[in-house]
Ligand binder design. Structure first.
Ligand code: NAD
Ligand code: MG
Length: 384
């Protein structure tokens, strides 16, 4: 029996995690669940999985949550500390599936406690990668990548041949605007941007896929998870999303992991690790697919890729600023306040304006840079 905490259980990755848990009741026991504002959904999950503790990020919902769970014997909390409490409850695996830098404090707390962490929350690595990796090294925490590309690399990365790895190749679907012209992208609506051709995901990561900032964030994520220098990580557009990423070795061998585009495959890989478990994901039928295609990304239409690469090269607080500005701009776009092309524009300006004033030497410095960027971005969007 693995005791599992699911941070962000009301989201897309969290829901897929619980789907797998519910199909394997003899192997997993849920000990804590967290959401942000979707109280009804969290309560429904709590009644089904009977965890010891549930938490909502929004402190204003504490009383309503306590009322809804009265008499069930399930303890509850709300607010940032309650998320940390859920993350650090005694468990065998923590699924870190909160979206955004909001996931950093609970994810880092679980890592500092030495927990095995299935990491979906890529923003925590982008925002504070060096701190997160140092905390894992210090506590002995095992990080299991859940992002499909990083999980693919994890499956084919021979740790004992680390010095013989020549390149990591991250594949990207190219998103809904892969073959759109620039003028059409300028007019893109939130509904068009979240309509991903292959994957069903939360709204924020869907917009990131449309700008390809998602692949930029994943570049930074891969750099930290696999301790690979930036020039050794390449991005390759692969519209079918079947080859989930590749590792090239010095002898010219290229190893890849393939599968149908269903997040339950990498989630199951992390949940069952070091074993494997069955999933209901569609079996890969390569004869039916027939053709797999690959192309170089277009940096002109997808400037986010270059912004992320430069932020990683620059180091310090640049990735923190990149991430915070992107979160703000994506929220602004989803709220109808800024256009699609403004997202990368705002990130670019945030980096230009703020990068000289901040560092990422400590968690406090990272949080300061994150807050300053959000404040700057709110003002910048208001005057667009
Ligand atoms: P989602 O929006 O569907 O769910 C996000 C979860 O985080 C929800 O449970 C929500 O309640 C919670 N949350 C949101 N804001 C919060 C806050 N301020 N404090 C506490 N909790 C908060 O997102 P998702 O698509 O499931 O993605 C989750 C993470 O996994 C992201 O970092 C994303 O980049 C990564 N990821 C997702 C996919 C996917 O297929 N969805 C694939 C790879 C990586
Ligand atoms: Mg991914």
């Amino acid at each position: 029996m693995k005791r599992v905490v699911v941070l962000g259980s009301t989201g897309s990755v969290g829901g897929s995690t619980l789907d797998l848990v519910s199909r394997n009741p003899d192997h997993f026991e849920v000990v804590a669940l967290t959401g942000q504002r979707r109280l009804d959904e969290l309560v429904k999950q709590a009644l089904q999985f009977r965890p010891r503790f549930v938490a909502l990020g929004d402190p204003a919902l504490h009383n309503a949550l306590a009322e809804a769970l009265a008499g069930t014997g399930i303890a509850c909390g709300a607010g940032p500390q309650a998320l940390v409490d859920a993350a650090t409850l005694d468990s065998d695996l923590v699924m870190a599936a909160i979206v955004g830098a909001a996931g950093l404090p609970p994810t880092l707390a679980a890592i500092a406690e030495g927990r095995t962490v299935a990491l979906a929350n890529k923003e925590s690595l982008v925002c504070a990668g060096a701190i997160v990796m140092a905390a894992a090294a210090a506590s002995g925490s095992t990080l299991l990548p859940v992002d499909s590309e990083h999980n693919a690399i994890f499956q084919v990365f021979a740790e004992h041949q680390r010095a013989r790895v020549a390149r990591l190749i991250l594949t990207a679907s190219g998103g809904p605007f892969r073959s759109s012209d620039y003028e059409a992208m300028a007019q893109a609506t939130p509904a068009q941007a979240v309509a991903h051709p292959n994957w069903s995901m939360g709204a924020k990561i869907s917009v990131d896929s449309a700008t390809m900032m998602n692949k930029g964030l994943e570049l930074i994520e891969a750099h930290h998870l696999f301790a690979m220098p930036e020039p050794m990580i390449e991005i390759l557009v692969h519209p079918q999303s079947v080859v989930h990423s590749l590792v090239e070795y010095v002898d010219g061998s290229v190893l890849a992991q393939l599968g149908s585009p269903d997040m339950r495959v990498p989630i199951a890989n992390a949940l069952a690790w070091p074993d494997r478990m069955a999933t209901p994901a569609a079996r890969l039928d390569l004869a039916a697919i027939g053709r797999l295609t690959f192309e170089a990304p277009d940096p002109q239409r997808f400037p986010a890729l270059t912004l992320a690469r430069h932020a990683l090269q620059r180091g310090g607080a640049a990735p923190t600023i990149l991430n915070a500005a992107n979160e703000m701009a994506v929220a602004g776009f989803l709220g109808g306040r800024v256009g699609f092309l403004d997202i990368a524009g705002l990130v670019d300006r945030a980096l230009e304006t703020l990068v000289g004033d901040h560092d990422a030497e400590s968690l406090e410095a990272v949080m300061t840079a994150d807050r300053a960027t959000r404040k700057w971005a709110a003002q910048a969007m208001a005057s667009l």
